[in-house]
Design a protein around this ligand. Structure first.
Ligand SMILES: C[S@@+](CC[C@H](N)C(=O)[O-])C[C@H]1O[C@@H](n2cnc3c(N)ncnc32)[C@H](O)[C@@H]1O
Length: 203
Protein backbone atom coordinates (compact mmCIF):
# COMPACT_ATOMS: atom_id res chain seq x y z
CA UNK A 1 0.00 0.00 0.00
CA UNK A 2 1.44 3.43 -0.93
CA UNK A 3 1.78 5.71 2.11
CA UNK A 4 0.37 8.73 0.27
CA UNK A 5 -3.45 9.24 0.35
CA UNK A 6 -3.63 10.75 -3.16
CA UNK A 7 -1.58 7.98 -4.74
CA UNK A 8 -3.78 5.34 -3.07
CA UNK A 9 -6.89 7.15 -4.33
CA UNK A 10 -5.62 7.11 -7.92
CA UNK A 11 -4.12 3.64 -7.81
CA UNK A 12 -7.55 2.23 -6.86
CA UNK A 13 -9.21 4.32 -9.60
CA UNK A 14 -6.65 3.07 -12.17
CA UNK A 15 -7.28 -0.57 -11.18
CA UNK A 16 -10.98 -0.04 -11.97
CA UNK A 17 -10.16 1.75 -15.25
CA UNK A 18 -7.75 -0.97 -16.42
CA UNK A 19 -10.40 -3.63 -15.62
CA UNK A 20 -13.01 -1.67 -17.59
CA UNK A 21 -10.55 -0.74 -20.39
CA UNK A 22 -11.26 2.98 -19.94
CA UNK A 23 -8.40 4.84 -21.58
CA UNK A 24 -9.86 8.08 -22.99
CA UNK A 25 -7.77 11.26 -22.96
CA UNK A 26 -9.09 13.87 -20.54
CA UNK A 27 -9.75 17.41 -21.90
CA UNK A 28 -6.40 18.73 -20.62
CA UNK A 29 -4.46 15.90 -22.27
CA UNK A 30 -6.38 16.50 -25.52
CA UNK A 31 -5.42 20.18 -25.41
CA UNK A 32 -1.73 19.39 -24.81
CA UNK A 33 -1.30 16.60 -27.39
CA UNK A 34 -0.91 18.79 -30.49
CA UNK A 35 2.02 20.67 -28.93
CA UNK A 36 4.13 17.57 -28.16
CA UNK A 37 7.12 16.70 -30.32
CA UNK A 38 10.48 14.98 -29.92
CA UNK A 39 11.53 13.95 -26.42
CA UNK A 40 8.63 14.31 -24.01
CA UNK A 41 8.47 14.00 -20.21
CA UNK A 42 5.03 13.19 -18.78
CA UNK A 43 5.42 14.10 -15.11
CA UNK A 44 2.62 12.45 -13.10
CA UNK A 45 1.46 10.51 -16.17
CA UNK A 46 -1.38 8.57 -14.53
CA UNK A 47 -2.56 5.71 -16.76
CA UNK A 48 -0.42 7.12 -19.56
CA UNK A 49 -3.18 7.80 -22.07
CA UNK A 50 -1.34 10.93 -23.23
CA UNK A 51 2.10 9.25 -23.11
CA UNK A 52 0.84 6.38 -25.27
CA UNK A 53 -0.86 8.67 -27.81
CA UNK A 54 2.22 10.92 -28.05
CA UNK A 55 4.43 7.85 -28.60
CA UNK A 56 2.04 6.59 -31.31
CA UNK A 57 2.57 9.97 -33.00
CA UNK A 58 6.35 9.53 -32.97
CA UNK A 59 7.45 11.10 -29.69
CA UNK A 60 9.92 9.40 -27.38
CA UNK A 61 8.28 9.55 -23.96
CA UNK A 62 9.52 9.33 -20.38
CA UNK A 63 6.53 8.68 -18.10
CA UNK A 64 6.77 9.04 -14.31
CA UNK A 65 4.16 8.40 -11.62
CA UNK A 66 3.89 6.90 -8.13
CA UNK A 67 1.02 4.56 -9.06
CA UNK A 68 2.25 0.99 -9.44
CA UNK A 69 -0.90 0.03 -11.39
CA UNK A 70 -0.37 2.89 -13.86
CA UNK A 71 3.30 2.16 -14.52
CA UNK A 72 2.68 -1.56 -14.93
CA UNK A 73 -0.11 -0.80 -17.42
CA UNK A 74 2.01 1.64 -19.46
CA UNK A 75 4.93 -0.80 -19.62
CA UNK A 76 2.61 -3.54 -20.90
CA UNK A 77 1.06 -1.30 -23.57
CA UNK A 78 4.46 0.02 -24.69
CA UNK A 79 5.92 -3.49 -24.90
CA UNK A 80 2.96 -4.84 -26.89
CA UNK A 81 2.77 -1.90 -29.33
CA UNK A 82 6.57 -1.42 -29.42
CA UNK A 83 6.26 2.23 -28.44
CA UNK A 84 9.18 4.40 -27.33
CA UNK A 85 8.06 4.89 -23.74
CA UNK A 86 10.18 4.54 -20.64
CA UNK A 87 7.80 4.29 -17.64
CA UNK A 88 9.11 4.46 -14.07
CA UNK A 89 7.41 4.38 -10.68
CA UNK A 90 8.61 7.40 -8.69
CA UNK A 91 7.49 9.62 -5.84
CA UNK A 92 7.84 13.01 -7.52
CA UNK A 93 7.70 15.19 -4.39
CA UNK A 94 11.47 15.11 -3.99
CA UNK A 95 12.33 14.13 -7.55
CA UNK A 96 14.88 16.05 -9.66
CA UNK A 97 14.67 16.00 -13.47
CA UNK A 98 18.06 14.92 -14.82
CA UNK A 99 17.96 15.96 -18.50
CA UNK A 100 16.29 18.43 -20.87
CA UNK A 101 13.19 17.69 -22.98
CA UNK A 102 11.45 19.18 -26.03
CA UNK A 103 8.19 19.09 -24.06
CA UNK A 104 7.29 18.56 -20.42
CA UNK A 105 3.69 17.80 -19.50
CA UNK A 106 2.37 17.90 -15.94
CA UNK A 107 -1.39 17.50 -15.77
CA UNK A 108 -3.20 17.25 -12.45
CA UNK A 109 -0.18 16.49 -10.25
CA UNK A 110 1.01 19.61 -8.43
CA UNK A 111 -2.14 20.00 -6.30
CA UNK A 112 -1.07 16.87 -4.42
CA UNK A 113 2.09 18.54 -3.09
CA UNK A 114 2.34 21.29 -0.47
CA UNK A 115 2.71 24.67 -2.23
CA UNK A 116 6.47 25.20 -1.69
CA UNK A 117 7.09 21.71 -3.14
CA UNK A 118 4.67 22.33 -6.04
CA UNK A 119 6.42 25.61 -6.93
CA UNK A 120 9.88 23.95 -6.73
CA UNK A 121 8.80 21.07 -8.97
CA UNK A 122 7.27 23.51 -11.49
CA UNK A 123 10.49 25.57 -11.57
CA UNK A 124 12.51 22.36 -12.10
CA UNK A 125 10.25 21.39 -15.03
CA UNK A 126 10.55 24.84 -16.59
CA UNK A 127 14.34 24.71 -16.25
CA UNK A 128 14.46 21.38 -18.12
CA UNK A 129 12.42 22.46 -21.17
CA UNK A 130 14.82 23.09 -24.06
CA UNK A 131 14.84 26.61 -25.56
CA UNK A 132 12.02 26.59 -28.15
CA UNK A 133 10.36 23.68 -26.32
CA UNK A 134 6.98 23.54 -24.62
CA UNK A 135 5.59 23.08 -21.10
CA UNK A 136 1.95 22.01 -20.60
CA UNK A 137 0.84 22.31 -16.97
CA UNK A 138 -2.55 21.90 -15.32
CA UNK A 139 -3.29 22.62 -11.64
CA UNK A 140 -6.25 22.91 -9.29
CA UNK A 141 -6.95 26.47 -8.16
CA UNK A 142 -8.60 28.42 -5.38
CA UNK A 143 -12.38 28.17 -5.68
CA UNK A 144 -12.22 24.37 -5.78
CA UNK A 145 -14.41 22.85 -3.08
CA UNK A 146 -13.88 19.14 -3.93
CA UNK A 147 -11.21 17.81 -1.59
CA UNK A 148 -11.78 14.00 -1.45
CA UNK A 149 -8.62 13.18 -3.39
CA UNK A 150 -6.35 15.73 -1.66
CA UNK A 151 -3.89 14.39 0.89
CA UNK A 152 -4.28 15.84 4.38
CA UNK A 153 -0.47 15.66 4.62
CA UNK A 154 -0.20 18.48 2.07
CA UNK A 155 -1.83 19.93 -1.02
CA UNK A 156 -1.80 23.12 -3.08
CA UNK A 157 -4.53 25.20 -4.66
CA UNK A 158 -2.86 27.74 -6.96
CA UNK A 159 -4.20 31.30 -7.06
CA UNK A 160 -6.41 31.76 -10.14
CA UNK A 161 -3.65 33.54 -12.11
CA UNK A 162 -0.81 31.93 -10.18
CA UNK A 163 0.09 29.39 -12.83
CA UNK A 164 0.20 31.67 -15.85
CA UNK A 165 2.16 34.28 -13.88
CA UNK A 166 4.92 31.68 -13.45
CA UNK A 167 5.29 31.58 -17.23
CA UNK A 168 6.33 35.25 -17.50
CA UNK A 169 8.71 35.61 -20.47
CA UNK A 170 7.38 32.47 -22.22
CA UNK A 171 5.14 32.56 -25.31
CA UNK A 172 1.69 31.55 -24.09
CA UNK A 173 0.08 29.13 -26.55
CA UNK A 174 -2.97 28.23 -24.46
CA UNK A 175 -4.31 29.46 -21.13
CA UNK A 176 -7.65 28.49 -19.61
CA UNK A 177 -9.50 28.49 -16.28
CA UNK A 178 -12.28 25.86 -16.24
CA UNK A 179 -14.84 24.85 -13.61
CA UNK A 180 -16.23 21.31 -13.43
CA UNK A 181 -19.00 20.00 -11.16
CA UNK A 182 -17.83 17.42 -8.60
CA UNK A 183 -19.58 15.00 -6.19
CA UNK A 184 -21.64 16.25 -3.19
CA UNK A 185 -22.46 19.56 -4.89
CA UNK A 186 -18.83 20.67 -4.96
CA UNK A 187 -16.66 21.91 -7.83
CA UNK A 188 -13.13 21.67 -9.22
CA UNK A 189 -11.52 24.72 -10.79
CA UNK A 190 -8.52 24.04 -13.02
CA UNK A 191 -5.93 26.34 -14.59
CA UNK A 192 -4.11 25.08 -17.67
CA UNK A 193 -1.09 26.79 -19.25
CA UNK A 194 0.72 25.65 -22.39
CA UNK A 195 3.70 27.84 -23.19
CA UNK A 196 6.81 27.85 -25.36
CA UNK A 197 10.21 28.74 -23.89
CA UNK A 198 11.84 31.42 -26.08
CA UNK A 199 14.65 30.01 -28.23
CA UNK A 200 17.03 32.65 -26.80
CA UNK A 201 16.80 31.65 -23.13
CA UNK A 202 19.65 32.23 -20.71
CA UNK A 203 20.97 28.99 -19.15
C1 LIG B 1 -5.31 13.58 -11.48
S1 LIG B 1 -4.18 12.26 -11.80
C2 LIG B 1 -3.50 12.86 -13.31
C3 LIG B 1 -2.90 11.78 -14.14
C4 LIG B 1 -2.63 12.17 -15.60
N1 LIG B 1 -1.65 13.22 -15.72
C5 LIG B 1 -3.92 12.57 -16.27
O1 LIG B 1 -4.02 13.70 -16.73
O2 LIG B 1 -4.83 11.73 -16.36
C6 LIG B 1 -2.94 12.57 -10.59
C7 LIG B 1 -1.72 11.67 -10.69
O3 LIG B 1 -0.74 12.11 -9.76
C8 LIG B 1 -0.10 10.98 -9.23
N2 LIG B 1 0.55 11.35 -7.98
C9 LIG B 1 0.00 11.88 -6.86
N3 LIG B 1 0.95 12.08 -5.91
C10 LIG B 1 2.13 11.68 -6.46
C11 LIG B 1 3.48 11.65 -6.00
N4 LIG B 1 3.81 12.06 -4.77
N5 LIG B 1 4.44 11.19 -6.83
C12 LIG B 1 4.12 10.76 -8.08
N6 LIG B 1 2.87 10.77 -8.58
C13 LIG B 1 1.88 11.21 -7.77
C14 LIG B 1 -1.22 9.95 -9.07
O4 LIG B 1 -0.73 8.64 -8.97
C15 LIG B 1 -2.02 10.20 -10.35
O5 LIG B 1 -1.55 9.40 -11.40
Amino acid sequence: MHPNTSVRFFDEQFQRQVAAAEFALNPFESAALQYLTGEVLDYGCGLGNLAVEAARRGCSVTALDASHTAIEHIEAVARKARLRISATEADLREHRIDKDYDAIVCIGLLMFFDCPTAYRRLADMQAHVRPGGVAAVNVLTEGSTFTDMLAPEGHCLFKTDGLIERFAGWQVLYSKIETFPAPHDTRKVFATAIARKPSEWPH
